[in-house]
Design a protein around this ligand. Structure first.
Ligand SMILES: [Zn+2]
Length: 422
């Protein structure tokens, strides 16, 4: 019997996502004997001396034994390292890290899959689902770093009455899961100064309370329907504070008018009193198209800070959609694929770690310098697409015996990878 070292198997599993193989079975086809360099490259990455390759079932067996906790812990150690290196600091907002709270569908099955599935009725069909709520730290150059994860299951839906709307169910589940999420996050990162960024679902008493309980600021999307009385106060006070206005035109020619109100009072449905600030941004494009955005926040808003708060805090929300779950679903990482029916959580964390590594490669200075030498601005432009980059990595892993210098920790220690967009 061959025994595989756990470090080797973790790299084996990470490579599934780093090379965007798309399914576990592909490991058996892409990392087999016709990839002559695979074993030596992975052995040196893992610091092991395996003399044969595992099959995909070995990975499954290993993850079933270890569970997801050690893999999640590996993610924590990597993120803590990045924070200690100050690699993520340029993205701070008033000294705080912006943490996006975002929920997503994860796995969907056509038949009951475990005792914890959420169910959704579509006509005659019942879907059995698992959802996930994530805290993603916004780093520089549009990097999005998963720092806490909470899986949502049917226990989160228990207090929602049968027949409630899907919207109500989603709100209840995500607010419940948010408390667990923050519990985990604060356990792992007790000292970080944070500002939560979330959609209008969180702009309510419970959302404010969770931020307070976990010593964080917040900037949430503000919509009239979520807290109608607060919205009316905001609109009324905006008219009374015409001086609280900043105008600017972006390099793309979009005219932005920022207005704000400090010290709005709000009593939530549980009788708790809150004082908060709100910002409105009206944008007009060169073609005359108008859009309006609003946020509530605990951060101080003034002529000096309004643009930064709205831009670094509020507007960055689209990034989770573009750089976060969307990338993980659509770029070959195949988030919604059931890599396993039993230890899917472990695969989820492997995917998050691989995505972090890929972003450091895509957006770090090493490949950017290489790209600039070739007259391109970014690594993605150099290779043509993210898919091409994954293909090149797979080719390289399979056929190129990576030079020994590449594994020298002393030499690696002197390389500083900077993440920035310059
Ligand atoms: Zn299930």
């Amino acid at each position: 019997m061959v025994v595989y070292h756990k470090r080797f198997l973790v790299w084996w599993g990470l490579s599934l996502f780093l090379c965007k193989l798309g399914s576990r079975r592909q490991l058996d086809y892409q990392f087999n004997t016709d990839g002559p360099a695979v074993l030596a490259n992975l052995n040196r990455l893992a610091g092991t001396a395996q003399d044969s390759r595992p099959v995909n079932q070995t990975l499954e067996y290993f993850l079933e034994q270890t569970g997801s906790v050690p893999i999640a812990d590996l993610r924590r150690r990597m993120v803590q390292r990045l924070i200690r290196m100050k690699a993520l600091d340029p993205a701070r907002l008033q000294g705080r890290f912006v943490v996006l709270i975002d929920g997503s569908g994860y796995l969907v099955f056509g038949s009951p899959h475990c005792d914890h599935c959420l169910t959704q009725q579509h006509g005659e069909t019942t879907l059995y689902m698992h959802q996930v709520l994530e805290a993603k730290l916004l780093g520089p150059a549009d990097t999005v770093v998963s720092i806490a994860t909470e899986f949502i299951d049917n226990s989160d839906a228990q207090s929602t009455p049968a027949g409630a709307s899907q919207e109500q169910l989603k709100q209840d589940c995500e607010l419940k899961a948010l408390r667990r999420l923050m519990d985990g996050l604060r356990g792992e990162f007790p000292q970080l100064r944070l500002v939560f960024n979330g959609d209008s679902l969180y702009a309510c008493g419970e959302g404010f309370q969770i931020a307070k309980d976990y010593r964080a600021d917040y900037i949430y999307v503000f919509k009239p329907g979520r807290t109608p009385a607060l919205w009316q106060d905001f609109q009324g006070l905006l008219r009374l504070c015409p001086d609280q206005q900043v105008e600017q035109t972006t390099p793309q020619g979009v005219r932005q008018v920022y207005r704000w109100v400090n010290g709005l009072d709000y009593t939530d449905s549980d009788g708790r009193n809150w004082t908060l600030n709100a910002i409105e941004c009206t944008e007009t494009t060169k073609e005359g198209e108008k859009s309006v955005w609003s946020w509530v926040t605990s951060l101080e808003v003034s002529h000096e800070t309004v643009v930064e708060v709205a831009t670094k805090g509020g507007r960055q929300r689209w990034r989770t959609e573009n750089e976060g779950f969307n990338t993980q679903k659509n770029s070959g990482l195949n988030l919604e694929h059931a890599y396993s029916h039993t230890c899917w959580a472990a695969y989820y964390f492997l995917l998050q770690i691989a995505h972090l590594l890929l972003q450091l490669v895509e957006k770090g200075s090493l490949l950017r310098h290489l790209a600039q030498e070739q007259g391109k601005r970014t690594a993605v432009q150099l290779y043509g697409s993210l898919k091409n980059m994954a293909q090149r990595l797979l080719d390289s892993l399979r056929y190129w015996h990576w030079p020994d210098e590449a594994f020298d920790p002393t030499a690696a220690g002197s390389i500083q990878i900077r993440i920035d967009s310059s």
